[in-house]
Design a protein around this ligand. Structure first.
Ligand code: C5J
Length: 224
């Protein structure tokens, strides 16, 4: 049954049957000390605030039976899917592929590449491994969504202005209606977080909608 969700810049009606929750890159490498985020000089503690809202959103999405998709940014151990332009950035001893406290930084299969335990995927939930910032680029995400007739995406994760934003932009161009769940997103820069959300809703919702986890959770719970 369609749900009316309060959001900016306007309410949005969506059908849980054709909606997916996409949780972007809630990985140890971004959120915990010693990973990729920290290697770039960021204060990873700033991302912690997004974890409890994302957990509540995940619980509500599972209870409502909507498709849950997790993404992970990372690369093959031989770095064959990592362009030099991406590899050459950051502190030289702590770049992608270099050893760190959680294994090789941003490499698939290493401890730091894993999704944090609080948001661990359940069996059957698609986990999309992506080499880029956007979750559609060089991944099977488009096929996963098309196979289930998904039309609306609820998007959260980290970081707001990088992988969340890039994914929403990609999705917008592919015709998906995107609702970014603001407090379930996080950034190393509070200014970039605020600006990132403002850019979504500007100009009548140029990239989509922004709502809050409590609003989305209440709407999903009301649908069951
Ligand atoms: C970054 C991401 N920030 N998941 N990745 O490099 O946003």
């Amino acid at each position: 049954m369609p749900i009316v969700l309060e959001a900016e810049p306007s309410p949005i009606v969506f059908d849980p049957a054709t909606t997916a929750l996409v949780i972007i890159d809630m990985q140890r490498d971004f959120i915990e000390p010693g990973g990729f985020g920290a290697s770039l000089g960021n204060d990873v503690a700033l991302l912690a605030a997004a974890i409890p809202p994302a957990m509540r959103l995940l619980d509500a999405a599972r209870a409502a039976g909507i498709l849950v998709v997790h993404t992970r940014e990372g690369h093959e151990p031989d770095l064959s899917d990592a362009p030099p332009a991406k590899l050459e950035r950051g502190e030289p001893t702590a770049r992608i592929g270099e050893p760190g406290p959680m294994g090789r930084i941003l490499i698939r299969g290493e401890p730091g590449h894993a999704i944090i335990p609080a948001l661990a995927p359940r069996a059957g939930e698609p986990v999309i491994d992506k080499p880029g910032k956007g979750a559609f680029y060089a991944t099977e995400l488009g096929g996963v969504l098309t196979a289930r007739d998904i039309a609306t995406l609820l998007v959260c994760g980290v970081t707001t202005e990088v992988c969340v934003h890039t994914t929403v932009r990609e999705a917008n161009d592919r015709g998906y209606r995107c609702v970014v769940v603001g407090d379930a997103c996080g950034s190393y820069s509070p200014d970039f977080h605020a600006a990132g959300l403002a850019m979504i809703t500007a100009q009548g919702g140029i990239f989509g909608w922004v709502s809050e986890s409590a609003t989305v959770v209440a709407a999903l719970r009301g649908s069951t």
